[in-house]
Design a protein around this ligand. Structure first.
Ligand code: HEM
Length: 410
């Protein structure tokens, strides 16, 4: 069935996505929320997709059983990319019972009880990372390299079960893989693809080692290998799930740490309040997650039936892009949404998505961010930018927003 609603071509006219100003959403989002909250636009790669921009509509789409995350659907928004090989499918892009198998297998690693167990080691990691930063002889460093990158990749190496002696390789490959989000840099893209293959190969190697043991171990790779042994999943599923956890858990938390720090330094009065009252940190992290919505072009869906929403009908089999960044800046839900306010009650934001695919690692991400910002506020209250903001390079074309480097001093 073809669309009954004319596409919006006058405004915005360029194919979606539009470059993101460093911190705020593209200006088009507000226009769309006000004038065409559910609208069909041309997207990069010559396809069309329905953009959903209001908070209530995004929530409704993400909890609608007629909406699919399966990347094999003909209407799925691919932005011109070829379909991934069938045996490399990630559970992020699966529906129903198939998707549930992985959620059920992995959920216990991200409960509040699991977070309580990991907290002391995480605090120690943050402290030693900050010690190393403070020991930099120049008294100045790149915050991304010194803090934002190593903490999430080290934590992932613990929970997955990477050998201690392989951590340096793992952290480097995980960092290089992040460059796949920089569409503007073909060299980095090539290195990123090589790094992703290295990571897959490494996960495969440790999975095979575990499979040869009587007890495959209690970390995530061990648990997945045990599930393979029980006949629930295949060895390829073990590799795909380990790989998904790395790409979903690293880039996201790294960029959120770096952009969160940048944003706090740009709001010194709120940063000072966090230093005076550490109890504010939890709330501040939720507000930063909402305000920045770093993972802003990753939630991709398609309709399996006609869906009436926001006064229009999305026909079956068409691409849908629920814009969580737009929803998180919707004044109808978050009054004064374009302002950062660490006192705001923002926990119902969509920075982690919504519905069955809502981020499985959110408790871990929250804990990492809370410990990092609380420790920096306590130990390095003099932290400041060591470069003018206009010289910083932000990831304006990436599905996951961030800053390439963040020079700081203290
Ligand atoms: C600040 C950090 C993070 C942000 C902003 C974030 C954001 C998101 C979002 C928006 C989704 C939903 C995607 C969709 O609906 O299509 C998602 C899913 C996911 N995230 Fe995160 N994430 C973060 C950290 C993590 C961490 C630390 C892990 C694991 C170690 C993780 C693992 C995953 C996985 C496996 C999925 C797919 C879940 C599913 O399809 O059922 N994420 N994340």
């Amino acid at each position: 069935m073809t669309s009954t609603v004319p596409s919006v071509t006058e405004h915005p006219s360029a194919p979606f996505p539009w470059p993101r100003p460093p911190i705020d959403p593209p200006a088009e989002y507000q226009w769309l929320r006000q004038n065409a909250p559910v609208t069909r636009v041309e997207i990069f790669g010559g396809e069309y997709a329905w953009l959903v921009t209001r908070y209530d509509d995004v929530r409704s789409i993400l909890s609608d059983p007629r909406v699919s995350a399966d990347s094999r659907n003909p209407g799925y928004p691919r932005f011109g990319a070829p379909p991934e090989p069938e045996d490399q499918r990630l559970f992020l892009r699966m529906d129903g019972a198939e998707h549930e198998i992985f959620r059920n297998l992995l959920a216990k690693n991200f409960t509040l009880t699991a977070m309580k167990k990991i907290r002391p080691a995480l605090q120690e990691l943050v402290d030693t990372t900050i010690d190393a930063m403070l020991a930099t002889p120049e008294g100045q460093t790149d915050f991304v390299k010194a803090v934002a990158l190593p903490i999430p990749s080290t934590v992932l190496s613990w929970i997955l079960g990477v050998h201690a002696e392989d951590r340096a390789f793992f952290n480097k490959a995980a960092d290089e893989a992040l460059m796949a989000n920089d569409l503007t840099n073909p060299d980095a893209m090539g290195r990123a693809i090589a790094a992703m293959n290295d990571l897959r190969g490494y996960i495969r190697k440790i999975a095979n080692e575990r499979a040869a043991l009587d007890d495959p171990g209690d970390d995530i790779i061990g648990q997945l290998v045990a599930a393979e042994r029980a006949g629930t999943i295949t060895m390829m599923d073990v590799e795909n799930s380990g790989f998904l956890l790395i790409i979903a858990g690293h880039d996201t938390t790294t960029n959120m740490t770096a952009l969160g720090m940048y944003t706090l330094l740009q709001h010194p009065e709120q940063w000072a309040q966090m230093q005076e009252n550490p109890a504010l940190v939890r709330n501040a992290v939720e507000e930063l997650l909402r305000y920045l919505t770093v993972v802003h072009l990753v939630i991709l869906r398609s309709s399996t039936e006609d869906i009436e929403i926001g006064g229009v009908t999305i026909p079956a089999g068409e691409a849908i892009i629920p814009l969580n960044l737009s929803a998180n800046r919707d004044d109808a839900h978050f009054p004064g949404a374009d302002a950062l306010d660490i006192h705001r009650k923002a926990r119902d934001h969509f920075a982690f998505g919504y519905g069955v695919h809502q981020c499985i690692g959110q408790a871990l991400a929250r804990l990492e961010l809370q410990i990092i910002f609380e420790t920096l506020a306590r130990r390095v209250p003099t932290l400041k930018l060591a470069a003018p903001p206009e010289e910083l390079q932000f990831k304006v074309w990436s599905g996951i927003n961030g800053v390439f480097s963040l020079p700081v001093t203290w």
